[in-house]
Design a protein around this ligand. Structure first.
Ligand SMILES: [Zn+2]
Length: 546
């Protein structure tokens, strides 16, 4: 009798519900409630009257809920219903938070970004408010499912109801999409990447297909590249510093009122290309793009991995190529050349155990330069100004602009504090680039040059937008405009002769520099002859003296 009493008492904690009813509630919750980012986006459509907007949103909410209902109905079989719903609640809770607060859309690039971001960078994004938001909207409903006792009908009834749901859904959707079609086709190319849960489900499937798919044959774009002989004056050395999250607006070289480039401003033979633009607003795309022969418009990330890039070509031209990067990896760009990743626990005066300052990348550079006897190309891939923890990206000596924001949740800081911390990281970048130039100057047996650009910019709270990764044509200029500069040693300027005044003038006044120029400019600078070289995209071409 006692056992029965116990079971009766335990039963009180459970709520019996027919499976189809639970699925209908879940579909409404996922389709309507966990799509705040979508609703905010749609509310900002210009030129749509309130009435039309409300009808549009209602249609969209209905369409999403019906579609979600069909999707989960097809997956909801005994023993599977609860796990499927738990996964969807958790994923949608996280997607909803990211889309609402960071204005991102979820396509295959974003999923790749999630999988390729290192754990340390990702952990910085988990703030109290993000955890609270995901706990309330994802974990709590998922936990609630444990208290629902599901009533399944017989198999034949289940098949009948699923078939009926599918049929009704198709009819309903046909009508709804007919009404929504103009927006899908013409007005808003981003809408489909904002329809949760389908945006992350399909994008994850595409990403999985990409990484599990058959390995394509490696594409050699130019097999006829001849070795570049070491010049009589000594080997060429080009250092490419790939910056992280530095935006052009906060470089005083770019006209920023604060002096954030105190050292580079004084540097001779330094050419700063004003308001250059990045290939994308996220690292995983920008980094391979700037080393690719493609332009921003033609670049396809999934082809980049298996295609010859700038580093492959340099190697083919008998350059020694070395990539030194931080724990974030090189996004497949350096897979076929020598590479070293400096880990945060490295035994270095520039590593704290939590993070390595950028100087750790160049710790042994002086010795390395002394031993160079061949033409050499070195990439230093920095941590730069990666947010939200800008204050952790520079040593104490660069604590110049105060007070600073030390909270991972940037919305809890004053804008001035965020900008102060960010600007300090830019001053440190200025120092790091100048220090590296100093090492190149000291290597007098080499013909040296240094090229620097950042992978993308950053939003520092302008219009309530933070960080980066927004879709390119929706992203603010702050995320797209990047600093870009070239420093050349006196000897390299003479070989072949370059008109420094012409170059300074071009850099200051041409408004068209972008990551598209990196490949061709560096190819030209390294003295490589290739059919891939496009003189129009070489930023130095107009200033080469005959
Ligand atoms: Zn980045």
């Amino acid at each position: 009798m006692k056992t029965i009493d116990f079971l009766t008492a335990a039963d009180r904690f459970f709520y019996s519900m027919k499976t189809e009813k639970l699925l209908a509630f879940a579909a409404l919750y996922l389709g309507v409630f966990l799509n705040f980012g979508l609703w905010r986006h749609v509310f900002m459509y210009p030129g749509m009257g309130t009435g039309v907007l409300i009808v549009f949103i209602l249609c969209l909410a209905l369409a999403l809920s019906v579609l979600t209902f069909i999707f989960i109905s097809l997956l909801a079989w005994p023993y599977m219903t609860r796990p499927v719903l738990i996964v969807l609640f958790l994923m949608s809770g996280y997607a909803n938070y990211s889309m609402f607060w960071y204005g991102i859309t979820i396509d295959v690039d974003m999923i790749r970004n999630v999988f390729e971001t290192d754990a340390h960078e990702a952990s910085e994004l988990f703030t109290f408010s993000s955890i609270a938001w995901i706990a309330l909207t994802g974990v709590l409903p998922a936990a609630g499912l444990c208290f629902v006792k599901l009533e399944y009908p017989s198999l034949s009834q289940m098949l009948k109801s699923k078939g009926l749901a599918l049929l009704l859904g198709i009819f309903a959707l046909g009508g709804i999409f007919y009404g929504l079609n103009p927006r899908f086709e013409k007005g808003d190319p981003h809408l489909r990447y904002m329809l949760s849960p389908f945006n992350y489900i399909f994008s994850t499937a595409l990403y999985a297909r990409e990484i599990l798919g058959e390995e394509q044959d490696f594409i050699v774009l130019d097999a006829d590249i001849a070795p570049v002989p070491v010049p009589p004056s000594g080997p060429n050395l080009v250092v490419f510093i790939v910056g992280e999250t530095a935006r052009a607006h906060n470089f005083s070289l770019n006209g920023y009122a604060r002096q954030t480039n105190p050292l580079l401003e004084k540097e001779e033979h330094l050419f700063y290309f004003r308001n250059a633009t990045a290939c994308s607003t996220m690292t995983s795309r920008s980094v391979p793009c700037m080393f690719s022969a493609q332009t921003r418009k033609t670049f396809r990330k999934r082809d980049a991995h298996g295609t010859q890039n700038l580093l492959d070509i340099l190697k083919q031209a008998d350059y020694d190529v070395l990539w030194i990067g931080s724990s974030g990896g090189c996004k497949d760009t350096c897979d076929r050349v020598a590479n070293q990743m400096v880990k945060s626990d490295a035994d270095s005066e520039f590593c704290t155990g939590d993070i390595c300052y950028d100087e750790a990348l160049a710790e042994n550079l002086e010795t390395r330069l002394g031993n160079i006897r061949k033409n050499t190309f070195i990439v230093l891939h920095t941590t730069g100004s990666h947010g939200p923890t800008y204050h952790k990206k520079y040593p104490a000596a660069f604590h110049i602009f105060t007070p600073i924001c030390t909270n991972n949740d940037l919305r809890l800081c004053d804008r001035e504090e965020i900008v102060n911390a960010y600007d300090n990281s830019i001053v440190y970048t200025d120092y790091f680039i100048a220090k590296t130039i100093g090492m190149l100057k000291a290597a007098t047996h080499l013909n040296t040059a240094l090229f620097y650009t950042s992978d993308h910019g950053e939003s520092l709270g302008e219009d309530g937008v933070y960080l980066h990764s927004m879709p390119y044509d929706m992203a603010p200029e702050y995320q797209k405009r990047v600093p870009m500069l070239l420093w050349m040693s006196e000897r390299l300027l003479q070989q072949p002769p370059l008109n420094a005044r012409c170059l300074a003038d071009k850099a200051a006044h041409s408004g068209a520099a972008s990551h598209d120029n990196a490949f061709h400019t560096l190819l030209g600078l390294s003295g490589i002859n290739s059919k891939l070289y496009d003189a129009n995209l070489d930023m130095l071409n107009d200033c080469r003296n005959p």
